[in-house]
Ligand binder design. Structure first.
Ligand code: 9D3
Length: 230
């Protein structure tokens, strides 16, 4: 799958996509990631990407011309609504990104993520250019760059052949759908007087399965009761 990220901070992405599963998949040729500097599509001497909001108000907005020009040159011939190539705006006022949307994006050939900045983006981008406007959660960040890296990671690891066996998701048989993972322990059996649960040290797998299911329910009730009441 090919990812494009459109940003005014291309250097931001040196790092977050160069480690672990994503880096390995890139080197294996299973992921293609292109970082694009929005300023490359400005026309003026100062390479202006932002301007003040009509009607007044705090802060600056990303202008529409460089964004339209960039998207049209990165995905030539693409029409809004293309089932194989989506353009998604990361914005604080988007709909919430979740695992179901990650699975949906994982079926695409190409995904272009536009990182919002400043107070936002001229609304004509949302109206006439993009396929989705998404947020990663209800907290205020400084822009769409960290969210774009998060969305890319969540989508990339769902690609065929990106996860090795040791990376889980194969591990799905361990976890109950709709519950948090059960607590897990590794050596030593006792650390500072705190023992790993006895049941996990024996070989009774029916007993272990029952303990894990119960522990996952208790942990979910304590940390994510919202998952139980839906
Ligand atoms: C008037 C309120 N604004 C500032 C408090 C709204 C606002 C504008 C731009 C808040 C954050 C931002 C920058 N954030 C993003 O572009 C962003 C974001 C986020 O802040 N939280 C969760 N997901 C995302 S995706 C993009």
């Amino acid at each position: 799958m090919t990812f494009h990220i459109l940003t005014i901070f291309p250097d931001f992405f040196r790092g977050p996509l160069d480690y672990g599963i994503v880096e390995r998949a890139r080197r294996a040729g299973k992921l293609d990631i292109h970082i694009h500097d929005l300023r490359n599509w400005t026309q003026d001497r100062h390479r202006t990407v932002d301007d003040r909001p009509f009607g007044g108000g705090e802060g600056m907005l990303l202008k529409c011309e460089p964004i339209f020009d960039a998207v049209e040159s990165i995905l030539p011939g693409r029409q809004k609504g293309d089932p194989d190539r989506k353009v998604v705006l990361l914005s604080a006022s988007g709909r919430r990104f979740d695992q179901a949307l990650a699975r949906d994006y994982a079926g695409l050939q190409e995904l272009l993520l536009i990182c919002g900045r400043y107070e936002g983006v001229d609304e004509r981008v949302a109206q006439h250019l993009i396929d989705d406007e998404i947020s990663i959660g209800d907290y205020v960040l400084s822009g769409g760059e960290l969210p774009a890296a998060i969305v890319l990671d969540a989508v990339a690891r769902l690609q065929e052949g990106v996860l090795g066996n040791s990376d889980s998701s194969v591990n799905e048989s361990f976890s109950e759908p709709g519950l948090l993972d059960c607590p897990q322990y590794t050596r030593p059996e006792e650390f500072r007087g705190w023992k790993a649960p006895e049941v996990l040290l024996g070989g009774n797998h029916a007993h272990i399965r029952e303990w894990r299911k119960q522990a996952a329910r208790e942990k979910t009730a304590r940390l994510r009761p919202d998952l139980l009441n839906s």
